[in-house]
Ligand binder design. Structure first.
Ligand SMILES: Nc1ncnc2c1ncn2[C@@H]1O[C@H](COP(=O)(O)OP(=O)(O)OP(=O)(O)O)[C@@H](O)[C@H]1O
Ligand SMILES: [Mg+2]
Length: 415
């Protein structure tokens, strides 16, 4: 994970960007506490970004979030040199982006740092494959290599059959996927994404977000993702910076931001969040009190279940992967028959979820039977369980914390 290696790939140092003629005066006004609107009105100069400072680590998805006009796009454009900061510097692996000549900048944009926009900028009368290969063609990559890369990328965005369709024959969501495929096919290690999904309708948008997560899990590029949707930010980002009127008002992981909104602006953003969508299995999971192995004696397992007050127990295969769930009466029955092991019972299949499964998807699993849901890792190893009670506790705790914070905040505002 990015935070473990924590190699900084982009370093933003004290970056400010001012549009207008009275740059110094505008910055001085903002820094002395005047608002963005007031500064604009008085001296017709906009401080779009003020004193931004952060690192982006290799392989992470870093999100910039804020309302319209808060400076997200401006800051993003400073990262690849499309905009030069008025103050401060952006270091891309120790190269100061603002000081590079045009040729070097162009080289960097072709080879290292790509950008995906909201309306993707495809060539409408060329086919899908050509569009994806376009960037590679510009770079002079050999035809067979670029075809292979483009086809791989098409597969990633699940558009294999569409390679020879013209772009203007595709739906909005498909076009978006072509844009994503083009960015992924490129060798660029860093991707800047400016609200890439915001023009899509909610269902397709959700699909694209999932697809992005899947693909990002595989390619592990460094992504800086701009959005004004907090749900999207929390779902996609490892870390996020919340921007308001050009300033970064909070940094953190999704838990940091949801759990402790830095001020009422962040609170406003947080209010719209559906916790059951954001919180994942990991947060509601309990360690297992006991498990059983298929080759164990029913008497021993029965004793273990009784000692732990378990009406059912997870049974493991010899290789340590989960076989299923068996109920107390089944084990009692075998114990009475003095069987050697549990092999006479076929364990009941149980629901399994991954650590990152949203709680919202877990709730309906109890509708057929209220037995624990198994939480497994990528190798199907059992990591814990979620019972209806642990799930509800986890959700109510979140809601209570949230209500408490909200009332603290209301009091603070009233004082
Ligand atoms: N080229 C420009 N000239 C003058 N002002 C600009 C320019 N670009 C941006 N601004 C101003 O800078 C501020 C930040 O704009 P920016 O586009 O970065 O916001 P944003 O957070 O990306 O908003 P949105 O969510 O609407 O895309 C705004 O007040 C905007 O009007
Ligand atoms: Mg923008």
């Amino acid at each position: 994970m990015a935070t473990q290696t924590a190699t900084s790939i982009i370093r933003v140092q004290n970056v400010s960007k001012v549009f207008g003629s009275k740059k110094k005066q505008a910055l001085a006004m903002r820094r002395s506490g005047r608002s963005k609107a007031e500064t604009e009105e008085k001296i017709k100069t906009t401080v779009a970004v003020m004193d931004a400072e952060f690192d982006v680590y290799k392989g992470e998805t870093f999100v910039l979030i804020g309302l319209s006009g808060s400076g997200k796009s401006t800051l993003l454009r400073c990262l690849n040199g499309l905009i030069k900061p008025s103050e401060g510097s952006v270091l891309l692996e120790n190269e100061n982006i603002g000081r590079l000549d045009r040729r070097r900048l162009q080289q960097i944009r072709r080879n290292k740092i790509g950008m995906v926009f909201q309306n993707v900028g495809l060539l409408p009368n060329r086919n899908v494959l050509d569009n994806i290969m376009f960037g590679l063609e510009v770079k002079g990559v050999e035809k067979s290599v670029r075809e292979k890369k483009a086809k791989d990328a098409l597969e990633m965005v699940r558009l294999n059959g569409q390679a020879y369709k013209r772009v203007d024959e595709l739906s909005g969501g498909m076009k978006q996927r072509v844009g994503l495929a083009r960015a992924l096919a490129s060798d660029q290690e860093i991707l800047l994404m400016d609200e890439p999904f915001s023009a899509l309708d909610p269902l397709i948008r959700r699909e694209m977000q999932k697809l992005f997560l899947d693909i990002q899990g595989e390619v592990q590029k460094t992504v800086i993702f701009v959005t004004h949707d907090l749900d999207e930010a929390l779902m996609l980002g490892h870390r996020a910076a919340v921007m308001k009127d050009g300033e970064i008002v909070q940094f953190g992981t999704s838990e940091d931001i949801l759990g402790d909104p830095a001020n009422d602006y962040v609170e406003q953003l947080v209010q719209g969040v559906d916790y059951s969508k954001i919180r994942t299995a990991k947060s509601a999971m309990k360690p297992l009190k006991a498990i059983a192995y298929q080759n164990e004696s029913p008497q021993v397992v029965l004793r273990r279940m009784k000692a732990n007050h378990l009406p059912a127990i997870f049974v493991m295969k010899r290789d340590g992967t989960l076989s299923g769930l068996i109920q107390l009466p089944q084990v009692t029955n075998l114990a009475e028959k003095r069987r050697q092991d549990l092999s006479a019972i076929t364990p009941n299949p149980c629901h399994r979820v991954g650590m990152e499964t949203p709680l919202r998807e877990i709730l309906p699993l109890y509708s057929d039977q209220p037995v624990p849901v198994a939480v497994v890792d990528k190798d199907h190893r059992l990591k814990g369980e979620i019972t209806p009670v642990s799930l509800i506790n986890s959700l109510t705790k979140e809601i209570q914390d949230y209500e408490r914070k909200k009332s603290d905040l209301t009091e603070a505002v009233q004082e």
